[in-house]
Ligand binder design. Structure first.
Ligand code: SF4
Ligand code: SF4
Length: 471
């Protein structure tokens, strides 16, 4: 039976409840009165239930769909402004004992190169990332308790935070590792991680078990209840996601919202971020064999409907997507993108993009400088901000700032300050030119006089060589 507060996966992601929600959505998808009343509620920016969100996602009235897109865009502008936060994944190890059929790192793939970075190699990778201008990383590893135990991940985090190279620094390390115990989550928290990220892949239990035929990840319950354990271990920023294309997208959407509702109901705070990866071609993986692939139109609608249903949850888009798709969905609710990603182990220190240990094909292959210029040209303020976690603004403290709208007083000037650091330290002449012009314009958009003059001063101080200011 469905129970939002139950600790059991099968009760908070209850299959019967998902199916009833989808039937409910089908019943009302063409009902103007119902759609209008849901949109009315969504305009209060307090979010929607999984049933209400599912109705919007299923809605087949073209004018109402336009309203859905417009509302998602407006919510994004009101809550996130025009800043987009940048990050890069760092693959530490691709040894894995699981059998995920959509991932080339699955243990039975005998021809892919296997690699695990030593602490010296991690240093070199991090220096390469710092030399691009990155400040925020997402660590990625396969699951292999013998080769890649938690102690290795903890050592790696220590190494990464300790590297000071020129003006570079990694100021936030997010971690994407396999579901683990409360004790290990406590250790990750103590190591100073930002967000703990774990993708559900699919909420559909039967499909999940088929897609993960063996290995510890086969255990749906252990995997689905991981965020509860992470939060019990003291990690209050967790990042969720599904791999769109594995199952029916409407099922996944309802599952994502139910999971978010469950965390909010039991832990008092929902997910910090939701990622929206789509399945990509890779060694030993042909996306065409998965028959639940979604079009760009549906992808955009999913993003808009997530933005409306969980307005205070950041949304992450990776370099899996082509530039054109990225441009189309950015205004609908994306708040973070990866830039210049290499999805192979040791990829950042290779001159060319290595393909032997790659997890998936990257569609957006531009340099970070090109990505920054592209964002500026589109009217966004690229941001390398990591202020909240460093100022202790996490979990419910962060959410209450978000909900009051006060976070904007931090995000916007912090985006400007960190962009300035990038422009001074790493940008090409062309990017510097458009970036500095943007900063002058954005100064005028800071409403509070005190914050405006502080930001102006910080920008001048950065030009003179000082670093790491924040609001
Ligand atoms: Fe291993 Fe993760 Fe790939 Fe599954 S998705 S095979 S757990 S690296
Ligand atoms: Fe993110 Fe906080 Fe920085 Fe805003 S101020 S961009 S919420 S870290």
């Amino acid at each position: 039976m469905y129970d939002i507060k139950s600790p059991k996966a099968e009760e908070f992601i209850n299959h019967a409840e998902v199916m009833e929600s989808l039937a409910y959505a089908d019943k009302y998808k063409s009902d103007v009165g119902m759609i209008d009343s849901i949109l009315e509620k969504a305009r209060e920016r307090k979010g929607l239930t999984h049933r209400e969100g599912s109705v919007l996602l299923a809605c087949d009235i073209p004018e109402k769909n336009e309203e859905i897109f417009a509302l998602a865009h407006q919510i994004k502008l009101d809550l996130y402004g025009n800043r987009i936060v940048l990050f890069a994944p760092l693959y530490l190890s691709n040894y894995c004992i699981n059998g995920c059929v959509y991932c080339p790192y699955h243990v039975s793939n005998k021809h892919i190169g296997r690699k695990q970075l030593s602490q010296e190699e991690i240093k070199r990778e991090v220096i390469a990332l710092q030399d691009m201008g990155h400040k925020r990383l997402a660590l990625e590893t396969g699951e292999d308790p013998v080769r890649c135990p938690l102690s290795y991940v903890l050592d790696s985090i220590k190494t990464i935070y300790s590297i000071k190279h020129k003006n570079g620094a990694i100021r936030r390390v997010n971690v994407n590792i396999a579901a683990t115990t409360v004790e290990e989550y406590q250790q990750l928290k103590a190591a100073g991680i930002g967000t703990y990220i774990l993708f559900q892949e699919t909420y559909h239990r039967e499909s999940y078990e088929k897609l993960h035929p063996y290995g510890p990840k086969h255990n749906y319950k252990w995997h689905t209840e991981a965020m509860d354990r992470a939060m019990q271990g003291g990690i209050d920023d967790v990042g969720m996601g599904v791999l769109f294309g594995l199952e029916l997208y409407r099922y996944e959407y309802a599952g994502l919202l139910m999971h978010a509702e469950h965390l909010e109901a039991t832990m008092g705070v929902g997910p910090h971020t939701i990622s929206v990866p789509r399945i990509r071609r890779a060694d030993d993986v042909d996306p065409d064999v998965f028959d639940n692939g979604i079009s760009d139109e549906i992808f955009a609608k999913i993003i808009a409907c997530i933005r409306i249903a969980v307005p205070y949850t950041g949304m992450i888009l990776s370099t899996r997507e082509y530039v054109k798709t990225r441009e189309k969905v950015l205004p609908l609710g994306i708040s973070q993108v990866s830039g210049a990603s290499r999805t192979s182990v040791g990829g950042y220190t290779s001159k060319d993009r290595p393909s032997d240990t790659t997890q998936f094909d990257v569609s957006d292959k531009r340099t970070l400088d090109e990505v920054i210029k592209w964002l500026i040209d589109l009217g966004y303020v690229p941001s390398f901000c990591t202020a909240c976690y460093r100022a202790g603004r996490t979990g419910d403290r962060f959410m209450s700032l978000c909900k009051s709208g006060d976070i904007q007083n931090c995000c916007h000037p912090n985006a400007m300050i960190t962009l300035k650091e990038f422009l001074v330290d790493y940008a090409s002449e062309e990017t510097k030119k458009v970036g500095n012009a943007l900063l002058q314009k954005e100064l005028l958009n800071i409403p509070q006089e005190r914050i405006r003059s502080m930001t102006k001063q910080y920008l001048a101080d950065i030009e003179k060589g000082q670093r790491d200011f924040r609001f």
